[in-house]
Design a protein around this ligand. Structure first.
Ligand code: AR6
Length: 172
């Protein structure tokens, strides 16, 4: 079955999907940006569960419940800090999208929403991150016919939305 890929401009904490993805740091104990917004909206139970996970390596992903969020689950992934693109950043960023989707499928989830991982505090250029995100999601979904039927690229800025919409044009 074809998976619907689409972009929208929203605060990811408002989305009613099976999982929202958090652009976390290796401690998984919260931070600024989308991570801070997710912890604020989910409530203190999320931090309590995150403490039991003992962190997460760059490029890996871990899952928790969503607590007070409309989303049932949060998939926490840790993007690379951008240096110059020559230090494994693209491979690590692709791994975040791949491992998050695999984890969603391992849990039988049907819909997931991603923020633009690493493109805020971590400094990854959005115009390089977006095509990698879209290509990796497409490739990962093609590898195995899993449970996922909808992937949302949740953009915070109008500029990001335009970027993703142009990349997704013509795809279902
Ligand atoms: N909904 C959707 N997207 C958002 C939201 C939101 N509520 N808030 C921000 N964004 P960032 P990173 C966008 O900095 O670069 C944290 O402190 C934002 O505009 O949140 O991976 C962590 O603890 C940008 O497009 O994540 C780490 O230490 C995108 O989300 C570090 O920041 C990612 O920006 C991770 O940095």
């Amino acid at each position: 079955m074809a998976t619907l890929l689409h972009a929208l401009r929203a605060d990811i904490t408002t989305l009613r999907v099976d999982a929202i993805v958090n652009a976390a740091n290796p401690s998984l104990l919260g931070g600024g940006g989308v991570d801070g917004a997710i912890h604020r909206a989910a409530g203190p139970e999320l931090l309590a569960e995150c403490r039991t996970l003992h962190g997460c390596a760059v490029g890996e992903a871990k899952i928790t419940a969503g607590y007070r969020l409309p989303a049932q689950h949060v998939i926490h992934t840790v993007g690379p800090v951008w240096r110059d693109g020559e230090h494994g950043e693209p491979e690590l960023l692709a791994s975040c999208y791949r491992q998050s989707l695999r984890l969603a499928e391992a849990n039988g989830l049907r819909s997931a929403a991603f923020p633009a991982i690493s493109t805020g505090v971590y400094g990854y250029p959005p115009e390089q991150a977006a095509p990698l995100a879209v290509a990796t999601v497409r490739d990962t979904l093609q590898e195995a016919a899993g449970s996922i039927t909808e992937v949302v690229f949740c953009c915070f800025s109008a500029r990001d939305l335009a970027l993703y919409e142009s990349l997704l044009a013509g795809s279902s």
